[in-house]
Structures are given as structure tokens and as C-alpha cells.
Design a protein around this ligand. Sequence first.
Ligand SMILES: Cc1cc2nc3c(=O)[nH]c(=O)nc-3n(C[C@H](O)[C@H](O)[C@H](O)COP(=O)(O)O)c2cc1C
Ligand code: SF4
Ligand code: SF4
Length: 258
Amino acid sequence: MAVVFYFSGTGNSLDVAKQVAAVFPNCRLESMARYIAQPYCIQDDVMGFVCPVYCFDLPPLVQKFIAVLQANPKYCFGLVTMGGNQGRALKHMQLLLAKKEIQLDYADAIIMPDNFFVTPPAKARSMLIEADQKLQSILTYLHKRKQDTTQCEEKTLWKYGGVALGWWYMRNILNIEKLELDFSKCISCGKCVKVCPVGNITMQDGKPVSGNQCATCFACVRWCPKHALKLGGKGASDKKNYVNPNINIQELFSQEAK
Ligand SMILES: Cc1cc2nc3c(=O)[nH]c(=O)nc-3n(C[C@H](O)[C@H](O)[C@H](O)COP(=O)(O)O)c2cc1C
Ligand code: SF4
Ligand code: SF4
């Protein structure tokens, strides 16, 4: 038996996770956010993780997930999707797993369109083709249970303060967890509420209101059909937006922590 855990805002990581899960017989696909809400002891021999890179690191939600994880797999792998630089995300995953006495056997990073500094459409299309080529090789490696963690090597910049400085800038200068709504654009469809993996948005008097649990995944901003939301001042428009074309919004609804 196998399990692949995922966290995804705009679908890149879910797209990868779905294809990876298909490699293993009897493989479940599970949301990390849901597992955090209801952790249980994992009995599977094969366990994998797929998530985005945030600020050259693992998203805080993924760090929280590993902290509550109960598992003892025979083969464990981690994949991150990223706009271009994973920093210390895979190293951090390896270290956090080691604290739980879980050995990471295979780790890799896949460049995909960026959902933060939005990749222009033509470039995004060519990036997705290249990402698919890389993923096909990774699927072969995983099928053979390859051992390779060379991607976990950490550069000095990330080890000594680069990540902390990045998060400080995102939180204090960009105000990355602050969600703003343009009331004139919002049609009260509730999609932002359903797509939020951590239940951070509720509807009050027909309009979305943000709590203080934002996981900065940008799902609400990028999937809003009217581009009515901004996070840390970053919004979307018809010309400047990105969601993974192989994933539909409903697939992300099931990610929500219940
Ligand atoms: C808050 C935030 C921070 C990000 N930081 C990085 C980064 O440091 N390096 C990078 O290569 N991509 C970064 N990205 C881009 C995402 O990692 C990338 O687009 C990823 O594939 C999105 O995955 P998803 O579609 O599954 O949410 C960031 C995205 C967000 C939302
Ligand atoms: S998804 Fe957009 S339009 Fe729909 S309720 Fe949320 S903010 Fe309003
Ligand atoms: S509020 Fe938006 S950005 Fe924050 S976790 Fe929810 S969907 Fe993601």
C-alpha cells in the first residue's frame, strides 16, 4: 500500500501528485491540510509528499504536517514544485523527517509556472511541457524505488539567514497574509471559501472574510472568477494570472481541513 500527501494552491503540486500516485498500486492521494486536522498512524510501505516551495523553503503548513506525521515507511520520497529556486526546501524536508526517524530516500524539484510572480502564458505553456518531461523521468525513478537525495544539498545563503530574511520581507513589507477584497467585483460565488485549504475564509453577509490562518497558497486570489481578491497587495487580472490547466477548482475543494 502507498500514500501520496499533497498541498497545492494553484494545482501544480496536485497535478504532479496525481501522476505520482498512479505509479504505485493501491495508492491513496491525501491532503496534508486534512491530515493535520485529523492525524492518524500511517501503515503504508511507500509514502510520498508533493508541495510547492514558498520563500526558498517548505511552506509552514508542510512543516506543521511533518511535525504531526506518524509513519514508518520502507520507501519515502519528497517532490517540490517551484518557479525556479527551491533554496533549502528539500533539505528542510529531509531534516524534519529525520527528526521523526523517517529516512528520505528520493527528493527532487520540478520547475513549473510561478503562481506568485506570475509567469506569462506563453512561457507557462513551454514550462509545463518541460516540467512534464522531467516528471516522466521522476516517475521511472520512483517506480524503481531509486535512492537519491543529492537535491537536498543546501547552499550557504539559505543555511545562514536567507530564508528568514525572505519570510521577514514577505510578512512585514509585503504583508503576505493580508487578504483584501474588492467589493465592487465580488459576485458572492463562495469559490474562495471552498478552495481555501485551511478554512481561512468564511462568508459573512454574502462576502468573504479572512481569518488569521492564511497559508499564503494564493488559491483564493488565482481561482476567483472575478479577480476580486489580493493577497499582500498582489492580485490577478485576465492578462496576469496562473492556475494549472490540468486541474479544475473542484479537485482542490477536497483539500480543505474538515
Ligand atoms: C508565497 C509564495 C512563495 C513562493 N516562493 C517561491 C520560491 O521561493 N521559489 C520558487 O521557485 N517558487 C516560489 N513560489 C512559486 C511556487 O512554488 C510555484 O508556483 C508552485 O509550483 C506552486 O504550486 P501549487 O500550484 O501547487 O500551489 C512561491 C509561491 C508562493 C505563493
Ligand atoms: S471567489 Fe471571488 S467572486 Fe467568488 S466570493 Fe470569493 S471573492 Fe467573491
Ligand atoms: S486565504 Fe487564500 S491564500 Fe490564504 S490559505 Fe486560504 S486560499 Fe490560500
